[in-house]
Design a protein around this ligand. Structure first.
Ligand code: SF4
Ligand code: SF4
Ligand code: SF4
Length: 429
């Protein structure tokens, strides 16, 4: 490799040039990946500037940065460090890239479902029908639950991370009950429904583009007005950014389900009530998913998120971690890190997050993104912490008295029986 080749290559793709770095260290001081693999963002930029291409390419650090963007707003010279990392990931030889991320990207590209776990249309439809039948038969008030598939002209098209139908299908029912109670016109698709895009994390632009095109075509074919990204972070960013970056024609909007939760509560469609927590006084904190907050909506969605949680658990029972909102730390599960073998580094990265959560003394950390959920659950187990990690949909259904007996696996003993009594609306089998 020629010296400076990387610098010239990445410089042609980005705004702030690495040579303009002041070496101020602002990026490194707020980056949870600093010191992993003996690297930090300041050092990384300096090495690129000095033309130390071989040393840069020999470091695994680009796979430990989670592309969380926390370093971007603090850089006085507007150097887009995650943009540099993305482009370097792209330049890595295919056989040297982490196999896990490579596999889930390639698998998704082979299926018109876009499922990174390889779920085919027929399997997806079968699982959905099985779970719907079970809820209809076992849960009072949901005997007529419907989960539309390929409904033409539906207002909302919902996506779904494939980990749910594959690993914990009962979690989908929790979401469906919220949608059912809201009364909105919605549908899933048999194609393009999977809420993941690991090709973006691989630095594979053509794969990223293909997945967004498949998802967009599925929505356009049905004529839906809004793609609603359910409780997952990176796909929201990958779709919104991808539509723009690859100039993919489309006539739908992309929104987060959190925006709808807040709207449906304000409109009185969702009867969320925090009275269950009046005496219990159980404390909750929340992880702001950086793909959704810092990288996409900004603080607007963080405020909507807090509105929803306060309605569900009570104003006085919500405790923020610091820093938060657009300045929050990534939990360490982003950038495809969960699919690499750098587990120790992932746990080291997440220690800041763990400490932030522990400082709140909250019994529960709510994670409205499945990657954050997996990572924070891993962190609590790895470090032996006592707090519980739950999805937002879980606490919403609990606060509406409709959380089923089999939908409580992430709850602690203090909440295991809340809302399950006679007259709660939940039929105990
Ligand atoms: S994107 Fe996040 S992890 Fe990567 S260098 Fe910036 S702050 Fe660190
Ligand atoms: S914040 Fe920007 S200018 Fe300062 S060290 Fe980092 S890359 Fe260089
Ligand atoms: S795992 Fe969560 S906090 Fe980390 S990058 Fe993804 S959305 Fe952000």
């Amino acid at each position: 490799m020629l010296p400076n080749m990387l610098k010239n290559l990445v410089a042609s793709m980005l705004t702030g040039h690495v040579d303009s770095c002041l070496s101020c260290g602002a990026c490194a001081s707020g980056c949870p990946a600093s010191s992993l693999a003996d690297m930090d963002p300041r050092k990384f930029v300096r090495m690129l500037s000095l033309g130390l291409d071989e040393q840069v390419m020999a470091s695994n650090w680009v796979w430990m940065c989670t592309l969380c963007n926390r370093c971007v707003p603090v850089c006085p010279m507007k150097i887009d460090i995650p943009g540099l990392v993305y482009n370097l990931r792209n330049l890595w030889p295919r056989d040297k890239k982490p196999k896990g991320i490579h596999t889930v990207c390639r698998t998704a590209l082979k299926k018109n479902t876009c499922s990174s776990l390889g779920l085919r249309t027929g399997d997806w439809q079968f699982i959905v029908e099985e779970v719907v039948d079970d809820v209809r038969q076992s849960q009072q008030g949901f005997e007529n639950l419907r989960v539309p598939m390929d409904k033409k002209g539906a207002e909302l098209f919902l996506n779904q991370h494939s980990a749910m139908p594959v690993n914990e299908p009962e979690e989908m029912a929790v979401l469906w009950k919220i949608i059912h109670l809201s009364g909105v016109d919605w549908t899933y698709g048999s194609k393009g429904w999977a809420a993941e895009n690991f090709c973006y994390f691989l630095g594979d632009s053509s794969g990223w583009e293909q997945l967004v095109k498949t998802q967009a075509a599925a929505i356009e074919t049905l004529g839906c007005k809004v793609l609603v990204n359910t409780e997952f972070g990176h796909n929201f960013f990958a779709v919104r950014q991808g539509l723009d970056r690859f100039k993919i024609p489309h006539s739908f909007e992309v929104k987060s389900i959190i925006e709808y939760y807040a709207q449906w509560i304000r409109e009185g469609r969702l009867k969320v009530n925090s009275d269950w927590n009046l005496d219990l006084k159980i404390k909750f904190t929340v992880q702001d998913p950086c793909q959704l907050v810092r990288k996409s909506y900004g603080n607007f969605i963080a405020e909507e998120l807090r509105f929803v949680i306060r309605e569900a658990v009570g104003e006085e029972n919500f405790v923020d971690m610091y820093p938060n909102r657009s300045n929050n730390y990534c939990c360490g599960g982003g950038g495809g890190a969960i699919y690499t073998d750098f587990t120790k580094e992932r746990m080291d990265y997440g220690k800041i997050k763990l400490d932030q959560i522990l400082e709140t003394q909250a019994a529960y950390c709510i994670t409205p993104c499945s990657s954050c959920h997996s990572q924070i659950l891993d962190l609590s187990r790895h470090y032996g912490a006592k707090f519980h990690t739950i999805h937002l949909w879980t606490i919403l259904c609990l606060a509406m008295g409709v959380l089923g007996k089999d939908e409580r696996k992430y709850l602690g003993a203090d909440l295991a029986g809340v809302g399950l009594g006679v007259g709660s609306g939940v039929k105990i089998r």
